[in-house]
Structure formats: structure tokens, C-alpha cells
Design a protein around this ligand. Structure first.
Ligand code: NOJ
Length: 741
């Protein structure tokens, strides 16, 4: 018998001996026993191998693994691979690990499955605009079904980074500026990916990233420094990660930034103190790409050994791509800088996830070609993506009810660099999505209105200063009844390493809009972008504006649905749109300051050259119908900490179309031991009402909703006066006051 195989069998035998009868015991305790028995027969190098994750690559001939990694896999020096998918390919790699290493420990396959795997859903910021938690969960479920059907076990998502600086390109991958909305969405994504049973073949392990506060990079420049108070960290940035972990996320990724001087990947406070001790996290922590090596550039380690020791001692279990753990940990054990026990703990956490996924029962269980064929881009998946895409669209302006367009419109000019783009529709981080299968706006409209005449002109490129295409665009606009103007950013202008210092329409696009708008033909601007844009001119001059972000595979269909009123837009902005870059950071839950704005007093908090008001407030979004809010009714004007206050409001659909409204509830604590935000989102309901229908909605406020980090950083409420606001965005609200005794 081949000695390698013999080793595997010995290993498995040892595991079963230690395990006893699996059916009688609690599965977690059993997995722990299996992990311990496996660790007891592993060499130090094999254990360190489990802490090492490397990428697969792609060239013209397809996917391949660098020769060094193949050797390393066979030597038991690799625990996980990322960027490898497809049943055939993952099986091939898995066979190397299972058949050719001493113990046959299966590989874990990870990938950035961020907003869909093959069927691409709207970018996460767009999904967040739906405020539809059920649809968001479904999106993650579908992504997990497709990813797991292609041999994947693990996604590097959700990104739970709160972001208040739209210059930061990665804002597109999160849920915007608000910790409450961000927490709910991060939790739903985890539930969608992992399901109720991670052993189920259609689920994958989630990875909450980037721990911590990656979204607060200074000046919105990616990978930049983060410096913030513990109060801000805990009030705003940590809750969404915590919510994702409470939802059961099995893994966490470190962030690239340093936090208050200590790079996250070497940050004991973050991983050892907060994540493990305070929150009791038991899964494993992976670094971001080469982040241990980057400790050298941060200037906190002089060589690979120091960097690895810092990371492991901080509580980081797996190194992504830099190979630093493999290179140094055995030496570090010899030198007494880290202990073998620490390595056992880290390897144990990773092996536990492999057991939970069932990889030791059958390492190929996710590599079934029949399942792959059945799941990938099946019609239900496309339908779910289409549903999510419609719900993600935000109507920003609709003067004189230009929208929805009549289905009898005769001639439609479709103009702009994004009007017939397929590639941009699937956005950044589009996993294994095939852009050629996506639907452009022009295609979607043609399908929707087969009897209309379409005139198309690109007009300009997304970037650059070529205006040669303007004449054509103006020419077709003159002949049309309406212009649909698709402008915005290229898919590559948001996402990782895609920060911008100006966030207006790139290139000559605004000039194109101006030139076409001079024709006087009514215009609808369809924005496609991965962050808020400063579109003041459009807001003042274009009668109708739709924010569509990047809507994924079915983008064109979803936009067409909204343009003709087959779907009544219901999205609300999860992030504030500034008027200019100088206002950043700008968000709804700002502090009042000691000198709140007063137009008649120079010495109050304001600018000389721009107002304090944003272009569009958080939570904003119009509908084709009109929603009216009654007065707030409180069950009492007073409450005790043990009480629940009932808040009622009547919502009426006073327009002519059925529609959905996101009813938002905000609270302000008027006087507290630490200064509080002017309002904080605490609850919302997405409500469907038929035209003319009214409904009384009920919210409940309890002590937790009134709690915060007090002056001494303890968590709890303080007696005093509170204001509750309810409305369809964070500015236009009804309010009522109550007292907490
Ligand atoms: C770097 C990104 O920051 C992270 O989010 C991603 O998961 C890894 N690369 C792996 O692709």
C-alpha cells in the first residue's frame, strides 16, 4: 500500500477511535473531539499548513495553480485555496490534498462571492437601498447555492464596514453609513449564505470583513490610516460586525488599515480582547491579502518573523497569500516567541469549520457536476436577481410626473456611455459572473417596449474629454419624445483601490447632459455608479433622476420595469449624497455641536461656500404614488426602563398607484452624559399599500433603543427627554416627545 494512503487511513482511524459513537453526542462536542484527535497526530508543519491560504490564478488557458503551491499542497503545507471554482477544477485540487498528503486533510475553497456568484445581483450598496431584508437574504442564499454548486465552501462576505466617505470606492460593497441598517443587513447576508445548517450542501461559510473600521480610511483613500475614539468605534463601526457574528458567521477577516496606531492584522485589542473575550467568537480569523507581510510597510515589524509573531499573538489564525506563517512559525516556536499550543488553537479553529462543512465525510461533496449544471443561473436565480434589482432602484426626482413613461411613447432616445453597457451592469466584485449575459438598459427597454422606436447614441466615453459624440446625441434627442440618459461611473471606478477625490460625473458626461438638455426634449437621467455622486446640476435641471447603482445580470430589465411603471420604485438611500466633497463626512446622525447652524450668526457651525444640507438625505427616495403620514400617537408620554412604549402612525397611499414605503423611525436623546446624534435610526418597516389605502403602523420602543455608551463608556440608558421621529426619510418626519423615568 502507498505510504501516503496508509497515512490517511491511519489518520482517519485515529479520529474515529477518539470520536466514539457520533449519533449519541452533541455534534459540536463531537467535532471538538475529532479536531483534537486529528491535531494529536499532526506534525507542527502540517498544523502550520492549515494556517496557510493561497490563490489560484487565471490565464488565457483557464484556471491554474502556481507550481510552488502544487508542491506545497502535496507536502501538506496548504490548508485552503481561494479564487478556484468549478467542480472539475476544485475536485482536481482536492484530490491532490486528499490523495497525496500524509493525512489527506481536505482543502477549504474560498472566493469573493459578494453579490451573486454566476447570477449577479445588485452591488451591495444597491441592495441596501431596498431596505428589504428578506430579498437581501434571498440574494445571499442564491449566491451560496451557486457557489457551493461550483465547489466553493467559503465566501469572503459580508463586508460589514460602515462607510461615511463616498470617496472611498469600497463603499459599494457595504450597506452605507448607518450602523443599525448595516447591522440588520450584515446579519441577513450571513443567514442567507450559511442557512440554518452549514453542513447543508447549498450553503457556504461567511466571512465578516474587514475587522475593523476599514470604512473610516482617512480622506477616503483606500488602505489609509484610521484613527478614532473608542466611543466612535463602538457606537458606529463595531455593531454591524457584531450583528453578523451574532447571526452565526463562522469566520472574520482582518482589515488593511491601522487603527489608532496598531495595524488591524496585529491588533490584539481587536481580536483577542473584543472579538474573542468580549464577544466570545469561536470561529477563525483570516488576514486580508498579504496583510501580515504589510506589517513591514506599516513599520511595526522589521522582518517576516516579527510580523508573524505579532499577527498570531493578536489572535489571527490564517494568513492569506503572503506565506509568512509557513515561512516563520516553526522557527518562532523554537525561539519561544509563540507556542505550539497557539498554533494548535488556530489550526483547530480552521479544522473545526472543515468538519462542520462535512469535508472529512466526503471531501468532494461540493464538487458534483450534476448539481453544478442544475444550479447555475437557473431561472429561479435570475428571477430573484431581477426582483432584488427592481427593489434597489431609488427615484431621486420626478418633476411633473415625467415618470412613469407611457407605454405608448413613440420615439425614445437612449443616450450615454452606460446606456448600452453590459460589462458595467454587473459592477465590481462580480465573482464568476459573465457580463456578456447581462442585460443593458437599451436591451431591457427594447424588450419592454417592442413597438417604440429607439434611437441610440453613446455621446461620450465614461472618462476622457472627447466631445465628438455630442452632435449625434443632440441630433437624436431632437427627434425623440423623451431622452433616457444613462450616465455615471465605470464598474471599475468603485470597489477595492478605487478611491476618487472628486465624486462628480466623470469625464465630459455632465457636459453631454447639458448639451442634450438644451434640445428641450424631456429627459430622464439614469445614474449608474458605486457611490454617491455630486450631481447638483442634474438635480437642478433634469426633470427625472433614477439612481440605479449597478444592478447585476438583469439590470436593463429592472430599470425598464421602473421607467414604464411596471414596478413602482421603493428604494431609499442608505447613504447621504453630499453637495460637494468639502462636506464629507456628511451623514444623518451628526452631532448638534455647541454652535448649531444659525443663518444669522456667522459664528455657528457652517461653511462660507456651501450649506450644511446634503443634496439628498439618508433614507430619501420617491415613489410614483404619494404617501401621507398622520400624527404620531404614543401609548404614554412617560416610560420606565422596564416598559415598552408603543408608537403608532397612520400611513396613507394618497396617490393613484399601488406602492411600497419604507417608514423610518428615528430617536433623539435630548440631554445625556455624552453628546448624542441629532437623530439615530432605530427601526423601520417596508409597507405595501394599494392606491387609496390607509394603515395604522405600530412600532415599539424599549430601553435598549434608548441605550448608548454613557460618559463612562458603560452601556445603558439615562433618564430624561427623548424625541421620536417617523417619516419617509431622515429629514421629513413627524415627531413626538416622551420622558424616560
Ligand atoms: C482583498 C480585499 O480587501 C478583500 O476584501 C478580499 O476578500 C481579498 N482581497 C481576497 O480577494
Amino acid at each position: 500500500m502507498n505510504t501516503l494512503k496508509k497515512g490517511l487511513i491511519l489518520g482517519v482511524a485515529a479520529i474515529s477511535t477518539f470520536c466514539g459513537n457520533p449519533t449519541k453526542n452533541n455534534p459540536n462536542a463531537e467535532i471538538d473531539r475529532k479536531v483534537d484527535s486529528l491535531l494529536s497526530i499532526m506534525t507542527l508543519d502540517e498544523k502550520i499548513g492549515q494556517l496557510s491560504l493561497y490563490t489560484s490564478d487565471m490565464d488565457q488557458t483557464g484556471a491554474f495553480l502556481r507550481p510552488q503551491y502544487i508542491e506545497d499542497i502535496k507536502a501538506g503545507k496548504v490548508g485552503s485555496i481561494f479564487n478556484a471554482y468549478g467542480t472539475a477544477y476544485t475536485r482536481k485540487l482536492q484530490e491532490m490534498a486528499v490523495n497525496e498528503t500524509r493525512l489527506g486533510i481536505p482543502l477549504l475553497f474560498g472566493y469573493d462571492v459578494i453579490h451573486g456568484h454566476r447570477t449577479i445581483f445588485p452591488v451591495p450598496l444597491a441592495e441596501a437601498s431596498s431596505w428589504d431584508l428578506k430579498a437581501i437574504k434571498t440574494a445571499a442564499e442564491v449566491a451560496a447555492r451557486e457557489a457551493s454548486a461550483e465547489g466553493l465552501h467559503w465566501t469572503f462576505a459580508p463586508m460589514a464596514d460602515i462607510a461615511r466617505d463616498p470617496r472611498w470606492g469600497r463603499m459599494v460593497e457595504g450597506s452605507g453609513e448607518d450602523p443599525y441598517l448595516g447591522s440588520l443587513i450584515a446579519a441577513e447576508r450571513v443567514k442567507g449564505f450559511q442557512g440554518t445548517d452549514i453542513h447543508d450542501l447549498h450553503t457556504i461559510a461567511a466571512c465578516v470583513k474587514h475587522f475593523a473600521a476599514y470604512g473610516a480610511a482617512q480622506a477616503g483613500r483606500d488602505y489609509h490610516t484610521v484613527d478614532m475614539s473608542d466611543r466612535l468605534l463602538r457606537e458606529v463601526y463595531l455593531p454591524a460586525y457584531k450583528a453578523a457574528l451574532d447571526a452565526g458567521a463562522l469566520t472574520v477577516m482582518t482589515s488593511f488599515n491601522d487603527l489608532n496606531g496598531i495595524p488591524a492584522t496585529a491588533n490584539k485589542y481587536l481580536f483577542d480582547e473584543i472579538l474573542r473575550k468580549e464577544w466570545g467568537f469561536e470561529g477563525f480569523v483570516v488576514t486580508d491579502y498579504t496583510a501580515i507581510m504589510e506589517l513591514l510597510y506599516h513599520g511595526v515589524a522589521k522582518d517576516a518573523h516579527e510580523a508573524s509573531a505579532l499577527a498570531l499573538n493578536a489572535g489571527v489564525d490564517m494568513s492569506m497569500q503572503d506565506g509568512f506563517y509557513m515561512q516563520t512559525l516553526a522557527d518562532l516556536v523554537k525561539q519561544g516567541k509563540v507556542t505550539e499550543k497557539q498554533i494548535d488553537i488556530a489550526a483547530g479553529r480552521i479544522l473545526r469549520v472543515k468538519f462542520q462543512l462535512g469535508l472529512f465525510e466526503d471531501p468532494y461533496r461540493y464538487s458534483d457536476p450534476e448539481n453544478e449544471k442544475a444550479e447555475i443561473m437557473k431561472s429561479e436565480n435570475i428571477a430573484a436577481a431581477h426582483d432584488m434589482a427592481k427593489k434597489s432602484i431609488v427615484l431621486l426626482k420626478n418633476e411633473k410626473q415625467l415618470l412613469p413613461l407611457s407605454k405608448k411613447t413613440k420615439t425614445i432616445a437612449v443616450i450615454g456611455p452606460l446606456a448600452d453597457s453590459k460589462r458595467d451592469m454587473i459592477g465590481s466584485w462580480s465573482a464568476a459572473g459573465d457580463w456578456a449575459k447581462s442585460i443593458s438598459l437599451l436591451d431591457g427597454l427594447k424588450k419592454k417596449l417592442p413597438n417604440a422606436k429607439f434611437l441610440y447614441a453613446k455621446g461620450a466615453e465614461i472618462t476622457g474629454n472627447d466631445t465628438k459624440g455630442f452632435a449625434d446625441a443632440v441630433n437624436i434627442a431632437k427627434k425623440a419624445d423623451v431622452v433616457i440618459m444613462a450616465v455615471g461611473e465605470g464598474f471599475w471606478m468603485s470597489g477595492e483601490a478605487a478611491s476618487r477625490s472628486e465624486i462628480d460625473l466623470p469625464g465630459v458626461q455632465e457636459d453631454l447632459v447639458k448639451a442634450v438638455s438644451k434640445t428641450g426634449t424631456p429627459m430622464v437621467a439614469v445614474l449608474m455608479n458605486g457611490r454617491p455622486l455630486t450631481i447638483n446640476w442634474l438635480d437642478e435641471n433634469v426633470p427625472a433622476i433614477l439612481e440605479t447603482w449597478f444592478l447585476g445580470t438583469t439590470a436593463g430589465d429592472a430599470i425598464a420595469d421602473v421607467l414604464v411603471g411596471d414596478y413602482n420604485p421603493s428604494g431609499k438611500l442608505p447613504v447621504t449624497f453630499p453637495k460637494n466633497v468639502g462636506q464629507i463626512p456628511i451623514y444623518h446622525s451628526m452631532k448638534n455641536t455647541g454652535r448649531p447652524f444659525d443663518a444669522n450668526n456667522k459664528y455657528t457651525s457652517k461653511y462660507l461656500d456651501v450649506s450644511n444640507e446634503p443634496l439628498y438625505v439618508f433614507g430619501y427616495g420617491l415613489s410614483y404614488t404619494k404617501f401621507e403620514y398622520g400624527a404620531i400617537q404614543l401609548s404614554s408620554k412617560e416610560m420606565k426602563t422596564s416598559d415598552k412604549l408603543t408608537v403608532k402612525i397612520t400611513l396613507t397611499n394618497a396617490g393613484k398607484m399601488d406602492g411600497e414605503e419604507v417608514v423610518q423611525l428615528y430617536i433623539k436623546d435630548k440631554v445625556a452624559s455624552a453628546s448624542r446624534a441629532v437623530r439615530e435610526l432605530k427601526d423601520f418597516q417596508k409597507v405595501f399599500l394599494k392606491a387609496g389605502e390607509s394603515r395604522e403602523l405600530t412600532f415599539t420602543i424599549d430601553n435598549e433603543d434608548l441605550s448608548f455608551y454613557r460618559a463612562d463608556m458603560s452601556w445603558g440608558s439615562e433618564p430624561g427627554e427623548f424625541v421620536v421621529f417617523i417619516g419617509g426619510n431622515s429629514r421629513d418626519t413627524k415627531s413626538a416627545e416622551f420622558v424616560l423615568n
